[in-house]
Design a protein around this ligand. Sequence first.
Ligand code: HEM
Length: 534
Amino acid sequence: ATIHDQILERGDGGELHQFAEDGQPILTTAQGGPVADDQNSLRIGARGPLLIDDFHFREKIFHFDHERIPERVVHARGYGAHGFFETYESLAAYTKADLFQRAGEKTPVFVRFSTVAGSKGSFDLARDVRGFAVKIYTKEGNWDLVGNNIPVFFIQDAIKFPDVIHAVKPEPDRAFPQAQSAHDNFWDFISLTPESMHMIMWVMSDRAIPRSFRFMEGFGVHTFRFVNTKDESTFVKFHWKPKLGLQSVAWNEAVKINGADPDFHRRDLWQSIQSGNFPEWELQVQLFDQDFADNFEFDVLDPTKIIPEEILPPQPVGRLVLDRMPDNFFAETEQVAFMTQNVPPGIDFSNDPLLQGRNFSYLDTQLKRLGGPNFTHLPINAPKCPFAHFQQDGHMAMRNPAGRVNYQPNSWGEGPRESPTNGHRPFASEEQGEKVRLRPESFADHYSQARQFYISQTPPEQRHIAAALTFELSKVQTPVIRERMVSHLMNIDQTLASTVAQKLGFQSMPEPAEAAVPTRHDLEPSPALSIVER
Ligand code: HEM
């Protein structure tokens, strides 16, 4: 609604008084009081001190003083758009999720793309992972598929998340630099964290400098579950495939663009949608059962591994179209609250320890960032289906329970009821055992898929990876960190390791890093992983 409409909506005849002669609304205070003079504050005499009874001045400055909210602790810089998800055909055999039941059904969505490490005001073309967060307003509640443009992650356990993020963000004493160029803390952490090697190959590749949001893939990363009406579960991995294909910029292009236009990606999305050129992605799913999981050569609960697409071809199940920019960046893109734990009936979690940790973190962080427990009252976060619960009060409560009853069971026959048949019921976990702090042995191979990714790249892409590693490590001041990184690269690809070592001026090669389990050299390059044909 425009300001004009809002004023009309509020009016009960009074609006006649709140319009100027030219039909524009009269400027008012937030309390609705008409303002006579917005140019001069109230003072004693023309050159005297200001007066505290200038309530318009005080209200105006007070509100301005409080315009900022904390930026997201990660993914602070982002850009969003509205659109819809259209289901191709019923997936009822696998999931009871309502949005997947009827071919052709369109469900509204909001998507926010982001960089991870930079602050809210950083530039768009940093070498970084891109967030690809999708909020789908289904008829049975919001489903947030909070993904990235890279299908794996740095760490295997959410307890390491603060460490990887502290290491990548500005160093505490000097407060620079961010992801654009390397720094010792980041490479120190990475070199001490072999599980990050697969992700590092992706981050050093052209994937980490996309040409635009419209040319990026998106991945749910974790293994999730579909659950059908018979309570049968199928494992699922989610992939968004851009209709325009994948494209990246080269590093020297990225550096120039960042200088010339730090808003390059957001401008691109704005212009394409405003000109009716709606970007589109296909949702593809990799579906598999427990038997496949038991026989697959890596653990499907390990978020540092993919299931190669030629082993398990993804199936297209729908499309996502972005066709409308937000009316207000702050109200929508800044205040949108994605949370991995938002899943409708028919979609469930796996025991991936990174996913399980995320399910705690997002709710917790929104409470702080959005200033209280009522952020679902904001239109961008509210479900678009009917909803009813007994939550009440708290800061900015706008949807308190109506009537007498705010608890259940009650004797008055009022209020919402549980629904044992429709409600979300967690899929039964068969895990048993002692309480332990342990990584499964099946998570121990940190190099094979890193190698598989590297050898799947075309020669120019491989050169870009070597150049990126050389550039980044050349900024590292501490020799032992460089050596440790090269010793990891030796387990990934000998030529890559020696190219980087040579360019960094190594006199001799270090010993390869000790691998927890032998690296597999029998894995074929994965053509489905290859990016741009250049
Ligand atoms: C924000 C993706 C791992 C905590 C985000 C956003 C994305 C994302 C896309 C931005 C959401 C937006 O646009 O508003 C991922 C992916 C992960 C991952 C794909 C791994 C596969 C984690 C982990 C944690 C975490 C392990 C914590 C244990 C957060 C927090 C935010 C965030 C606190 C800020 C949320 C906000 O303020 O709105 N993540 N993340 N993430 N993520 Fe993650």
